[in-house]
Ligand binder design. Structure first.
Ligand SMILES: Cc1ncc(COP(=O)(O)O)c(C=O)c1O
Length: 346
């Protein structure tokens, strides 16, 4: 058995041997000067997979999201997002700091902001008291709602509203391909309902670094400039684009395994004393567990699981997260399930 079963995040995935070989032999140029062929191939592939015109390779999902916010807004604007979204909670205040916009967070139980609530939150731009609402952000899958997939009909309704109000939609699709497997809806169908999409290569897809920002050619041209402002213009970056291409070619199809392992885990621990978890709400590769007495605190559970070789992330006094990915398999899930049982049932 391995020393550690690491369920902290799908960001802990290590590059495959083939990715490492690709890094060593990558043909490179200077991507800021626009002549790195490996980056160009990656960007063309990402755009094609999402059925949009163009794509930009960025160092992180956070930078991809923040570039999108910057491109779509002007300082003083307001953006609508979900109250537990990554852009709101975990990007260090980027929308305010980088783009000078304020946020209008909408609280939900599952990540899908009710259409009526979004409509009601759009400001009257003819009123000089009001900021201009210039962007709606959605997150699919939704990390802090336990990897929930946003229903396609919901996204269609939101799109209708966005077109009517002429407010663009940015999709934080860090784990978009996990949603694709869970729902059977293609990445192209999801992308067609947004104006810009960010997805991560460095999570379940196993590439060491990087995310893609995808959209119209005009959007990407503006995004390229903002990336430069943020210091994200990189030179011989074909070295990390090469494993990213392998991620797109070889790792997308296996993500259903991660979704299945998360479901297996949820079924294994739901019903244990102090565990609040409905396995039906585990759509993809994230299992969020709420703890109530007699379960210990999240911090204590984290420690006791770690003593048994299993890593997780406590996300609050009574909330703990487990994420499945290519570097944990059924045996790791079994180990976690039995460690959980030992801790909770003594
Ligand atoms: C939903 C979501 N969006 C964006 C990000 C940011 O990605 P990165 O860690 O590459 O900045 C994450 C990271 O966990 C995420 O879960």
């Amino acid at each position: 058995m391995k020393d550690i079963s690491d369920f902290r995040s799908d960001t802990v995935t290590k590059p495959t041997p083939k990715m490492r070989q690709a890094m060593a032999s990558a043909v490179v140029g200077d991507d800021v000067l626009g002549d790195d062929p490996t980056v160009q191939a990656l960007e063309a592939k990402a755009a094609e997979m999402l059925g949009l015109e163009a794509a930009l390779f960025v160092p992180s999902g956070t930078m991809g999201n923040e570039i999108a916010v910057n491109v779509w807004t002007n300082p003083g604007d307001e953006i609508i997002l979900e109250s537990r979204s990554h852009i709101y909670l975990y990007e260090a205040g980027g929308p305010a700091r980088i783009s000078g916009v304020q946020v209008c967070p909408i609280e939900t139980t599952d990540g899908a902001m009710p259409i009526e609530a979004v409509r009601a939150s759009i400001r009257d731009s003819s009123d000089p008291h009001c900021p201009t609402t210039s962007l709606i952000c959605v997150e699919n899958t939704h990390n802090m709602h336990g990897g929930r997939v946003l229903p396609i009909d919901y996204l269609r309704s939101l799109r209708e509203l966005s077109l009517k109000q002429q407010i663009p939609i940015h999709l934080d699709g860090a784990r978009l391909f996990n949603a694709v497997h869970a729902s059977g809806i293609s990445a192209r169908e999801y992308a067609a309902l947004a104006d810009s999409v960010m997805f991560c290569l460095s999570k379940g897809l196993g590439a060491p670094i990087g995310s893609m920002l995808v959209g119209s050619a005009e959007f990407i041209e503006r995004a390229r400039r903002v990336r430069k402002v943020l210091g994200g213009g990189m030179r011989q970056v074909g070295v990390i684009a090469a494993p990213a291409i392998i991620a797109l070619e070889e790792m997308v199809d296996r993500l259903h395994i991660d979704n299945e392992n998360a479901k297996r885990l949820a079924l294994g621990i739901a019903g244990l004393p102090g565990v609040v978890l409905d396995p039906d709400t585990v759509d993809t590769n994230i299992v969020l567990v709420r703890l109530v007495p007699p379960a210990p605190s999240a911090e204590e559970l984290f420690r006791q699981l770690a003593d048994r070789g299993v890593l997780s992330i406590p996300l609050g006094p009574d909330l703990i997260r487990f994420v499945t990915h290519k570097d944990v398999d059924e045996t790791d899930v079994e180990r976690l399930t039995s460690a959980f049982r030992q801790v909770l049932t003594g």
